[in-house]
Design a protein. Sequence first.
Length: 305
Amino acid sequence: MTLRDSALLSVSPRCFSTTKMTSTLNSAATQRNAEDRGATQRKTDHYPGRAFDEVRCGGVCWVMMIQLGHVSEVVRYPVKSMGGNSTESAYLGWHGLNGDRRFAFRRLEDNSGFPWLSASRLPELLLYHPFGLDESTGEPLPTHVRTPAGITVELRGAALQNEISERFGTSVELMNLKHGIFDDSAISVISLATMAGISRTAEVDLDTRRFRANVVLETLDLEPFLEDKWVGRTLVFGDTEQAPMLRITQRDVRCMMINLNPDTAKQDARVLKTAVQLNDNNAGVYGTVVQTGKIHVGQVVSLVA
């Protein structure tokens, strides 16, 4: 990224002197093309046209970074398509945030490769809210669920399974997968600017819960869909050698889920239509974990330049 690009993004480049961070970034790349250019080496990774600058001075490695903003929200969704739980911090492991989407209801009569019951088939799932804490597996997992009627039932109990089966009209069973149950990727990121842009054009109130992302960023640049430019690059959370890192792999293609009001499960088709109109049905991005660690609200987020 040139200094001109940095100016267009309205952010400032910065550097980190850390051998470990550079080593981690290098290990994520499968193709490398290093060329000595005096004091600077440009290493190109397996995403064509993307690179990061590694400046060496006196044997010290400096990784060029551009600050994007900070973490505004961190959210787990313990049960697929049910309500989420906001948290001040969460550990980012190799399979996403610990405790995220570890449960889902399986449709017993569905023999396809994706038998999971989601709110696209049963919108009322959004009105169920997991809570409680069971850390016996090493992850923060819920123990109970509050139903739309305000009744508390055990997550693993027959009462919840029977109620969901009755609502859906056919039998389901609860599944618990230790590595999570995801549609496309184990971690998703979106900016407040993107959600605000869609909500403003669709003329609906901004509600981050519609988009069900794990990490919501408040970016310095208020341009919607800025996340599209991050694909093929690496996000760094914090400024230490142990900083969690995400390799952004693809845009988040949206479905009718963003039409659903999280409080009522009622649909408003204007939301998805607007995402299609403004950005070819994309809003936010998916990533793969490059380095594990804790993500917390207020944490500075940077892009490897």
